[in-house]
Write a protein that binds this ligand. Structure first.
Ligand code: GTP
Ligand code: MG
Length: 212
């Protein structure tokens, strides 16, 4: 999958309008940075990357035009389609006031029931143990049948042995099969093509389901 441009400004989507992939994860894990990288916005960011973690307390939607790969052997090739990418507010930041934290759960859990949602990319920092909230989030997604991929972020900071060791630890903590886990870096772009392919699968698989 590649992006064909025409990316709308953040804002609410027309309700139920387009299939959506949401990015979830704890505050500061790198959601906005990865979205910018996937959308090719490494110079002029579209998703705000802040040095004040926990600031984003709403769901930001980006309308994306994409095209399936031209040389795709198994699926449709060179087909244009549109979807929304949703940047969910991060959780688990201690300095966020209680009132804001109380808003997170109904907002996100309410959103996760949206019929337009085709899947969630759950981000975990590749270098740090999954938190209780990370594991709870993954269980919630699994319990509610939301197709989920895990992206281990900031992998540019891990080389060789350290990388293998951390990867093994994350797999143990989250108890998901390796096929559902992708190592990514918003800084170098590593893993981004694989992530885009997975997103395309989620978007197109759901489409053929609803057609039948
Ligand atoms: P919230 O909006 O607060 O939930 O945070 P977020 O998950 O959107 O994280 P954000 O993209 O704002 O990134 C947080 C910090 O991590 C920033 O300082 C980024 O520069 C840094 N960062 C993000 N991705 C990477 C990466 O792939 N590699 C490295 N080295 N740093 C990264
Ligand atoms: Mg953010």
């Amino acid at each position: 999958m590649e992006f064909a441009g025409a990316i709308g400004a953040p804002g609410g989507p027309a309700p139920g309008a387009l299939p959506t992939i949401a990015f979830a994860g704890r505050s500061n894990v790198g959601k906005s940075s990865l979205i910018n990288r996937l959308l090719g916005r490494t110079r002029t960011a579209i998703a705000r990357v802040s040095n004040r973690p926990g600031k984003t307390q709403e769901i930001n939607f980006y309308r994306v035009r994409a095209r399936t790969d031209a040389d795709e052997p198994s699926g449709p090739s060179g087909v244009d389609f549109e979807f929304y990418l949703a940047d969910l507010p991060g959780y688990g930041f201690a300095r966020v006031p209680g009132a804001l934290r109380g808003r997170w759960k109904p907002l996100v859990e309410g959103y996760l029931g949206d019929p337009a949602l085709r899947g969630v990319i759950q981000l975990l920092d590749s270098r740090h143990a999954a938190t209780v909230e990370d594991v709870e989030m993954l269980r919630y997604l699994s319990d509610h049948g939301v197709p989920t991929m895990v992206a281990l972020t900031k992998v540019d900071k891990l080389k060789g042995n350290a990388r293998r060791k951390e990867m093994a630890s994350r797999l143990q903590e989250i108890t998901l099969p390796e096929e559902q886990v992708i190592l990514v870096s918003a800084t170098t772009g590593e893993g981004c093509d694989d992530l885009l392919s997975s997103m395309e699968e989620l978007l197109l698989a759901a489409k053929s389901d609803s057609d039948s």
